[in-house]
Design a protein around this ligand. Structure first.
Ligand SMILES: O=P(O)(O)O[C@@H]1C[C@H](O)[C@@H](CO)O1
Ligand SMILES: Nc1nc2[nH]cnc2c(=O)[nH]1
Length: 313
């Protein structure tokens, strides 16, 4: 079991007292670390100073915690992960969720988890922010679950219900925030996130499979963090930025037809298979990062402090 006391001791030494009791936690997805730009009185703590923290190895993810004040007025103390850990980087699931547990021990009640995701639902345009209301986690169902293993904290539930994992109140606040900010309606949608281990993107058949199972977007993170946050009793909000459409051609253009046409001298239009890249994902994060930032900041403004202090749904 990881030793949280050493981590908390270092944070006590490096973070000024006014920022040592963050109310809201934020996890920045691929290309979304700019979220922290709106923090005031920012203090950065590199992961390599923190016992129990590993390093982010993915482009678009930094390796620091940011502490600061966010929102209007005096501001709300927040802690943000500028860069997360993914199991596909070789990190153990316990390391992936370690920072979430540290946030809980520092007193965070509400956590806002962001990610970059591919759209499975053809109605979701690239650039849409999806307010996640449910998930499908094939890894969880087949033995890759961060809560597997001996119960390390008997005050936490052994059998965690997930039917209420995504806070209804926080989800509604996103739409209130968008309304107050006059953000156009189709910039936001609601949907189900499918977690896959990655690091490969989906084959077309896998994309069709996940869509048929009921998922709207797919990504390689977030769900382990949601599980740990729920186990710790936090209220969870997940926002997925659609950075690309998952390639799901319904009709495979026959390469036999293509070959035979070419072979008989008939002109054939050869098809170039579409592919997605992490560069594309990061570029979209850059393009839409400001929208994500504006919404997150407004949501933090709207979270009632008395509600934030207790578990709600
Ligand atoms: O950390 P997130 O989930 O935002 O990053 C997504 C999933 C992969 O890490 C990467 C693929 O492009 O982006
Ligand atoms: N699995 C997966 N993760 C992503 N992250 C951003 N885009 C994608 C995608 O298309 N598939």
């Amino acid at each position: 079991m990881a030793d949280f006391s050493a981590t908390l001791q270092v944070l006590k030494e490096l973070v000024p007292p006014a920022l040592q009791n963050p109310r809201v936690g934020i996890i920045c997805g691929s290309g979304l670390s700019g979220l922290a730009a709106t923090l005031r009185q920012t203090v950065l703590v590199p992961y390599d100073r923190l016992p129990g923290f590993v390093q982010s190895t993915v482009p678009g993810h930094k390796s620091s915690l940011a502490f600061g004040l966010m929102g209007s007025g005096g501001g709300v103390p927040v802690i943000a992960m500028l860069g997360r850990f993914h199991p596909y980087e070789g990190h153990r699931l316990s390391s992936v969720v370690f920072p979430v547990r540290v946030m809980a021990k520092m007193g965070v009640n509400d956590i806002i988890i962001t990610n970059a995701a591919g759209a499975l639902n053809p109605e979701l345009a690239v650039g849409t922010i999806v307010v996640v209301h449910d998930h499908i986690a094939l890894p969880n169902l087949t033995g890759m679950n961060p809560l597997l293993g001996p119960q390390t904290n008997l005050s936490l539930p052994r059998f965690l219900p997930l039917s209420d994992a995504y806070s209804r109140l926080l989800r509604k606040l996103v739409f209130r925030a968008a309304h107050d900010l006059s953000i156009k309606r189709d910039a936001l949608a609601e949907g189900t996130y499918a977690w896959v281990s990655g690091p490969t993107y989906e084959t077309p058949a896998e994309g069709r499979f996940l869509r048929a199972a009921g998922a709207d977007v797919v990504g390689m993170s977030t769900v382990p963090e949601v599980l740990a946050a729920r186990e710790e009793g936090m209220n969870v909000l997940v926002l997925s930025l659609v950075t690309n459409a998952v390639v799901i051609p319904m009709d495979y253009r026959s390469v036999r037809d293509e070959f035979e046409a070419e072979n008989t001298g008939m002109s054939a239009t050869s098809v170039v298979d579409e592919v997605v890249s992490h560069e594309e994902v990061l570029a979209l994060g850059k393009l839409k990062g400001d929208l994500m930032k504006t919404i997150v900041e407004k949501v933090i403004d709207l979270i009632p402090s008395d509600v934030s202090m207790s578990v709600q749904n």
